[in-house]
Structures are given as C-alpha cells and as structure tokens.
Design a protein around this ligand. Structure first.
Ligand code: UDP
Length: 464
C-alpha cells in the first residue's frame, strides 16, 4: 500500500447476484491484502443460498470470510434483510424485487449503515457499493463517508450508460465520446426500443445517473483493453481500471457459489487436450425450451465433447424435461450435463478448448484468463455489448446469432469453426495476447496495480 500508516475501513455492498458477488468478494480480498479493513455485507437471502450450496444448514452463524481472517485479513462479515421472505424468488420475481430496491430498500440501508457506524470501533471511512444501487450518494452524504462505486462490467457499458442516447433511430451510434461506433443491436438490452418502460430500464437509468455523484469509480477492466473509453470517462470523474478482479488471482478461498458445484475434473481428465466445449449462460439469464433443444441437437451434430451447465431456472416456463427425449442416452460419455460447477476450475482444465457463453462480463474475463476462445450467444443486460468487444474489437470469438431463435445446424457449424476450423488457431493466438495483457496489468508495475495505488492516494487526500 502507498502509505503503511493509512488504514481505511470500507463497507462493501454487492448486488445479490452471482455475477456481482464474485467480483465483490475478490475485491474485498484484494483490498484487505493491501491493509484495508473490510466490512462485507451480503443480503440474508444470499447468505442462505451460500449455506445451502455447501450442504450446511442455514444457521446464521456461518462466516464465509473466516478462512480469509485466518490468513490475517481484516474482513468482517454481516448480512442485511431486504424485506422479502427468504423463500421469495428474487430471480423469477425480479420486477417486484428491483422495484423495492429502488423504493423501500434505501431506508433499510440507512438504518443498517447507521448501526454499523455506531458499533464499529475502527472508523468507517468509505463505502464501496455496486454501481447498480442508486442509494449510495444520499447515504454516503448523510454519514459523511466517501462514496466509491464499483462497476463490475466493462468501461464500454459504463460509457454507453453515462451518455444519453439520442432519440432518433439509427443503426450505428457514433456520437458517444470514447466509443468509436456501436451498432444499436449491440447496446445493453434495457436501452433498446420496447424496453424503455421496464423496471430494468428504470433501475439501470437511475443507477447511471446517480453514479455521476460518486467520489470515485472502480471498474473491473484493464486500461490497455479499453483505453479510449476510459480516457474519456476519466475527464468526467475519477475512474480507476483495476481489473481483472477474478477468483483466478486470489489464493484465499471464500465460498461464493449460490448453487452446489458438481464435480467435473475426473470426467475432464478422460478427455484429450482442447477437445471439450464448455457451455453456460451464467447465473441469471433465461431462455426458452426451443433454444435449449436446438443447442442440444447442435451439440450432437458437432460431434465435440462438451460440459453443459443446464441451470434449474434456465428456461422461463416448461421447466421440466427441457432437453430432447433420449438426449442423455444419445450423448453417452461425450457430454456432461450439470446444474452448476466451479466455472474457473472447469475453464482452466487443459481439456477445455472453447466456451459457448452468454458473454457475462465475469465469464468473458475468466475465458480470457484461460485463453479459451468463445462462441457468443448474448441474451440481455450488458451481454450484447460484451459480445461486441469479444467478436468485433478483440477477435477472440464468434457470434452465434443475433436474436433469440437459433437453428441446430448453425450451432453445430459455429462449434466446429471455433473448435477445429481453420480460424481456430487465430482466435487462440489473439486470446493468448489478451491474457498476457491482463496478467501484466496486475503485476507490480502493471496498469491496474498503479491505478489501484492512485486510488488509495486519492482516497487518502479526500479523507484527510
Ligand atoms: N459460474 C459458476 N458456475 C457455473 C456458471 C457460472 O461458478 O456453473 C460463475 C462464473 O464463473 C461467473 C459468474 O458465475 O463468475 C457469472 O457471472 P457472469 O458475469 O459471467 O454472468 P451473469 O451470471 O452475471 O449473467
């Protein structure tokens, strides 16, 4: 750390979704390793799911950071009640849940942070909350703490959210500073026509508005990968690219998975190098039975080995028997179908040679860190925009299809292109370069480490 006398205390507050929890936990470890005191807050519903995923009972005494503390890190752990019963499904009923995050939750956070401020012996100096919360500016002001926003997605998404889009309908948007040009089909889904009045649009628009009041913004990206966009954003607000913040790079184990992780290593060990396609659409996004069936047939037609994460809530309705009849018998030992796994562990296995992904930002980073080229099938949120980075800008993957409906032949064809086609070597070479950029960024004199030190210096100036 820049100054060994400086021991700031941060409250870390992620959204209760896997793609936000993971980078927040990893950030907590990074900050604590640099000498910070951390009070980490999970929603009670997250605490319960984490407990269940480990097959332990849901007793509230479990402290997921105890291992970290044994390693000498000062991470305290607490939970907040969001006002819904534990059995309320915050994924399926997200409209109701998000509405309450905007309306009722801020008052709860106010009381909750008030209590922490009174009870902590070591003074809390700042808050690091997820950018998608809109309450931090008010709360930080009330308790006189520095407001740091952590954006868990790329700078490109932040930039598009930052600047209002013009109303005229054009196919190509080329007026966003720091963004060369982006097709409207690659925008975040909540900015697209027809979505403008949805709850997701309201929450996201409000968040991008409120984050402008943050004292500092940390982004889980790398300067060299998004330099133009970051340089422009930095003119508006102090923004620090400190990524990649990933489980691969933390040696301390903290339970993060909201679902029980199936074991895949043994199966993978029986497969040749680079022969397995890993298929997963992350933790939240849903599709429909037809898409699942076309993917299933496409996998068979492609003749590659595969691991497929078919999450319990992967389709909106028709939840049971979504795979084609007899599918599991047909694939035999060529495929492994599981409800959830330790994704970084699977991706880093040498047998894995490709990733059919929804392009969640964590998945994208994890894929790059393992030099695993991608087939992109974005569904919503930031995924279409992340796909643009992967396919158009970085050329480390291919696009499966724009829009919902896909055909099995298209799936099989793209899998073959990625895994064995003449371009597959090119994707491998490009992604290897990006992997090196990411690793360099977090070395001692790398850009993310330097940005992190600047953040600490600037924080210190703000506090004293
Ligand atoms: N993940 C996992 N096991 C799985 C599927 C996903 O551990 O079977 C993790 C994955 O490693 C990533 C996170 O869940 O860190 C998903 O985040 P991402 O941003 O990729 O997508 P989201 O779930 O937010 O759409």
């Amino acid at each position: 750390m820049a100054n060994s006398q400086f021991k700031p205390h941060a409250i870390l507050f992620p959204l209760p979704y896997q793609g936000h929890i993971n980078p927040f936990v990893n950030l907590a470890i990074k900050l604590a390793s640099k000498g910070f005191t951390i009070t980490f807050v999970h929603f009670e519903s997250v605490h319960q799911r984490l407990s269940k995923s480990q097959n332990s009972n849901t007793n509230n005494e479990i402290d997921f950071f105890s291992e970290a503390r044994k390693s000498g890190l000062d991470i305290r752990y607490t939970t907040i009640n969001d006002g819904f019963p534990l059995e309320f499904d915050r994924y399926i009923n997200y409209v109701e849940f998000w509405k309450s995050l905007l309306q009722d939750f801020p008052a709860r956070v106010d009381d909750f942070i008030g209590e922490i401020m009174q009870s902590e012996q070591s003074m809390v100096t700042f808050l690091i909350a997820d950018t998608f919360f809109s309450w931090p500016p008010t709360i930080a002001k009330k308790y006189n703490i520095v407001n740091v926003s952590f954006f868990t997605q790329p700078a490109l998404v932040y930039s598009i959210g930052h600047y209002p889009l013009k109303e005229s309908v054009v196919e190509e948007i080329n007026y966003i500073p720091g963004v060369k040009s982006i097709s409207t089909k690659d925008l975040m889904h909540f900015l697209k026509e027809g979505e403008i009045k949805t709850m997701q649009h309201e929450v996201c628009s409000m968040a991008f508005q409120e984050v402008k009041k943050a004292d500092f913004v940390l982004i889980n990206t790398v300067q060299e990968l998004e330099s133009e966009t970051l340089d422009d954003l930095n003119k508006k607000q102090p923004i620090y690219a400190i990524g990649p913040i990933s489980s691969f790079l933390t040696k301390i184990t903290v339970s993060k998975s909201l679902w029980y992780e199936s074991e895949c290593t043994k199966w993978l060990e029986s497969k040749p190098l680079n022969s397995v396609l890993y298929v997963s659409f992350g933790s939240v996004s849903q599709t429909n039975k037809q898409v699942i069936q076309e993917i299933a047939h496409g996998l068979v037609l492609s003749e590659v080995n595969f691991i497929w994460v078919v999450r319990e809530n992967i389709v909106k309705s028709d939840g049971i028997n979504i795979l084609p009849d007899g599918f599991k018998d047909e694939i035999g030992d060529k495929g492994l179908i599981i409800p959830w796994c330790d994704q970084p562990l699977v991706l880093s296995n040498p047998a894995v040679g490709g990733f059919l992904t929804h392009c969640g930002w964590n998945s994208t980073i994890e894929s790059i860190l393992c030099s695993t080229p991608m087939i992109c099938y974005p569904i919503e949120f930031d995924q279409p925009t992340n796909k643009k980075l992967v396919v158009d800008d970085w050329k480390i993957g291919i696009n499966l299809h724009d829009g919902d409906l896909i055909h099995r032949d298209e799936v099989a064809k793209n899998i073959r292109i990625l895994m064995t086609g003449t371009d597959s070597l090119g994707f491998k070479q490009e992604i290897e370069k990006l992997k090196n950029v990411m690793h360099k960024a977090i070395e001692k004199d790398g850009s993310s480490e330097r940005n992190f030190d600047h953040f600490v210096e600037d924080l210190k100036d703000k506090i004293y």
